[in-house]
Structure formats: structure tokens, C-alpha cells
Ligand binder design. Structure first.
Ligand SMILES: *Cc1c(COP(=O)(O)O)cnc(C)c1O
Length: 410
């Protein structure tokens, strides 16, 4: 039977302390114990259901984690103060000095910088590969490799990872496959396709209101226990803990994620088709022209569509900047990084979110100057949005009038 991530979220039942339909927020950093023995047992990790200190866990964080684990179909989850807080702690939990990571080369700039510049300080090295080439991935694995890292839909090029295929490779070499699913929540369920760990930046679609940063690691109970271990757990010791008030507000937003994702996807599909028909170089996994369109189709939970992210190439950074400024001026969205907001957000990745990646490497991965990344909003009238965007492109000569409009057709 097909995996139904939104049902799994919906089916969780929460009661607040006084019967509230939302769980009570426990606004506490520390917790009382009725006996000293119980406190000792809790420190030793032997007192299930007892709270110790909120960097370790808190009721509100556990509620949110439970819902995200239900969405991803993993045993459990641990929320973090940011996506990077989730990604860095799970990588440092699974890798020690001398270990090696194989990572997709087209990943979020912060993750790339962490693997490229930061983890080598701890003698953890990374080989960056073209994740769509399974042979190249397998060839990069050595005896020291502990982790295979990728994004289901990559940032910013929207390459699609063959999660089943990667999982086979990971299992063959007994390494952990970590998938960052930030761009495709609900649409793709990496754990169901064989990923060992699923991470998210909650900052983006999942929270969806651009008012906070947050992250999560979804995985086995064993892994999450390790992350939270008071003696050697990376989440516990590095301390990127989410605040209870934020956990409660993200949980409330999570409840409408299925409706939002459908609207983001429908709007993005509409615009992608129009842009492509206009002759713009358009990348969107929902288009037949996308090299991994059929792969995405095989992996997806169909009702959520192909997601809200698309890119177009307008030829030069000057064109990209002019277009983004004009679109913002006409209130078609914001010139801003990040994604998953109700308004469309656009940015030029080469000079913003991927600026951590050196220029020559950007070229190698196919990141061109004129690329604009769009996170398509929840616009109620996407036809109107398209018409207005089209006008901007015509005014800036990014699109030329069609021959029939010049009266050249007979
Ligand atoms: C934003 C983002 C991150 C980092 O998340 P933060 O919440 O900003 O720390 C990681 N991966 C992807 C794909 C992202 O888009």
C-alpha cells in the first residue's frame, strides 16, 4: 500500500494538560524529581518519560519530533534549533577522526561549507560526487566511508537523487544514507525508499511562514538516543536545541503542510510549463524535459506534486538582477533567500545561497550566472502572476516578442 505521510501526521492524537486540542507548551528549562534516585536514573538514561533538562528533551520538542517521524515513517526524531544544527550533529555523531563521507556536490551551501572546510579540522574528509551517477558514487566509497549524503531534490540545480539506488549502494558497504528532504516534504518519503536518516530544515516548507529557523533528524530510536546521550551525544553536547515555544508553533504550521504543498506544486507546475513554452531554459522536476522526471514520478507520493522549487536561466547575472528587482517592485514576490513562504521568493544562487561554493566549482556543477531560483508561493491566481511575470520579462527584453505578434506569419 502507498505510504500516506499526511495521514500519519493527522492520526496522531494530542491533548493539552487541560484537555486543550493543542498540546500544552511546557515552558521550562528544568524539571523537578520526586526522588533523588529517579534523578540519578534519568541521568543514566534509565527513566523513560522523565524530563531532565530541556537541552536534552522537552515535551513540546517531543511532540513535534513525533509528528515529523510520523511524516517520514521513521521510529523517532530529534528536533534542532536549525537545519544546520540537525545536519552537523548527525554527521559528527556518525563520523569520527579518520572517517570519510561521500556527498553529492550539489547541496545546500552551508552543508557544503561544513563538509569542505570545517570537518577536515577533525580529520573527516569528503569526496563530492555527481549524485545522479551511481557508479561514480560507488567508486568514491572507501574502507573509511561512514556516510553517504545527499538531498532528495538538490539545491539549487534540482537534481533528483535515486534514493532506492543509493540505498542499495549504502547497504552493500554498510554505510549510512542520510537524505536532506528539505525541498520535498510529503512529496518524497526517503526513509520509505531506503534512507537510514532523513534530515530537514524546518525553516522552509514545513514551517512555511518564514518566522523561525529549525531542523530535525528523523531516524531509528537507537540513533536518536545516541544523539541525545548526555555523555557523547552530538545534539546534547553541541547544544543546538529548539525552544519549546518554537516547537509548538512549528507543530501548528505542520498541520497545514499537505494543503500548502499541493498549492506550491500546482502553482510551480503552471509557471514551469508557461516559462518553458516561452522558450526560457526552465528546470522543474514536473516537466518531461527534466532529466529525472520519470525517476521523481516513481518515487513520489503523487498527490503532493513535484514541489514548489523551479529555476530559470535568463542568460546573465545582470538580467537576473534586473528581473528580480522588477518582480519585487511589482509585488510578485520578494528578492530573498530561503523557501516555502506564502509569497514567491527569488534569488540568484551563484551570488547568494551557493556563494560558499567557489566559482570554478559552480561552473563544473552547471550553476550558471543567469540562474534564478524560485520558491513559488501560494498565489490564489497563478494565471495573473504569470501574466505579470511575463510582462516583466518582455519589458527587460529577456523574452522577445513572438514572430506571429510581429505579423510575420501568413
Ligand atoms: C536551508 C537549508 C538548510 C539549512 O537549514 P537552516 O534551517 O537554515 O539551518 C539545509 N539544507 C537545505 C536543503 C536547505 O534549504
Amino acid at each position: 500500500m502507498a505510504f500516506k505521510p499526511a495521514n500519519n501526521i493527522q492520526d496522531l492524537q494530542y491533548f493539552g494538560e487541560f484537555g486543550g486540542v493543542n498540546p500544552s507548551i511546557s515552558d521550562s528549562s528544568t524539571y523537578t524529581f520526586l526522588s533523588a534516585k529517579k534523578m540519578f536514573d534519568t541521568f543514566e538514561g534509565n527513566a523513560d518519560g522523565c524530563y531532565l533538562y530541556s537541552r536534552h528533551s522537552s515535551p513540546s520538542n517531543l511532540y513535534l519530533g513525533e509528528a515529523l517521524a510520523a511524516m517520514e515513517g521513521t521510529e523517532t526524531a530529534n528536533v534542532a534549533a536549525s537545519g544546520m544544527g540537525a545536519i552537523t550533529s548527525v554527521l559528527l555523531q556518525l563520523c569520527s577522526s579518520g572517517d570519510h563521507v561521500v556527498s553529492s556536490r550539489t547541496i545546500y551551501g552551508g552543508t557544503y561549507a561544513f563538509l569542505k572546510n570545517f570537518t577536515p579540522r577533525f580529520n573527516i574528509s569528503t569526496t563530492f560526487v555527481d549524485i545522479t551517477n551511481l557508479e561514480q558514487v560507488e567508486n568514491a566509497i572507501t574502507e573509511k566511508t561512514k556516510v553517504l549524503f545527499c538531498e532528495s531534490v538538490s539545491n539549487p540545480l534540482l537534481e533528483i537523487a535515486d534514493i532506492k539506488g543509493l540505498s542499495k549502494v549504502a547497504k552493500k558497504y554498510q554505510i549510512a544514507l542520510i537524505v536532506d528532504n528539505t525541498f520535498s516534504p510529503l512529496s518524497i518519503s526517503p526513509a520509505k525508499l531506503g534512507a537510514d536518516v532523513v534530515v530537514h530544515s524546518l525553516t522552509k516548507f514545513i514551517n512555511g511562514s518564514s518566522d523561525t529557523v529549525g531542523g530535525v533528524v528523523c531516524g531509528t530510536q537507537e540513533l536518536i538516543n545516541h544523539l541525545r546521550n548526555v555523555n557523547d551525544g552530538a545534539s546534547m553536547l553541541l547544544g543546538s536545541t529548539m525552544d519549546s515555544l518554537r516547537a509548538a508553533s512549528i507543530l501548528k504550521n505542520l498541520r497545514t503542510l499537505h494543503i500548502r504543498m499541493q498549492q506550491h506544486s500546482n502553482n510551480a507546475m503552471y509557471l514551469a510549463k508557461k516559462f518553458e513554452a516561452d522558450g526560457l531554459k526552465t528546470v522543474y522536476p514536473g516537466l518531461e524535459s527534466h532529466p529525472s522526471h520519470h525517476l521523481y514520478k516513481r518515487m513520489m507520493n503523487e498527490q503532493y506534486g513535484f514541489g514548489g522549487m523551479l529555476t530559470i536561466d535568463v542568460g546573465s547575472i545582470e538580467n537576473a538582477n534586473k528581473l528580480m528587482e522588477l518582480m519585487q517592485h511589482r509585488n510578485l514576490g520578494y528578492l530573498a533567500v530561503s523557501l516555502g513562504f506564502y509569497k514567491t521568493l527569488f534569488s540568484a544562487p551563484g551570488t547568494s545561497t551557493s556563494s560558499e561554493i567557489p566559482e570554478d566549482e559552480q561552473k563544473l556543477m552547471g550553476l550558471s550566472d543567469g540562474l534564478i531560483r524560485f520558491s513559488i508561493g501560494l498565489d490564489a491566481d497563478i494565471e495573473r502572476t504569470y501574466k505579470m511575470m511575463h510582462e516583466c520579462m518582455m519589458e527587460l527584453n529577456i523574452l522577445k516578442p513572438r514572430p506571429e505578434k510581429l505579423g510575420l506569419t501568413l
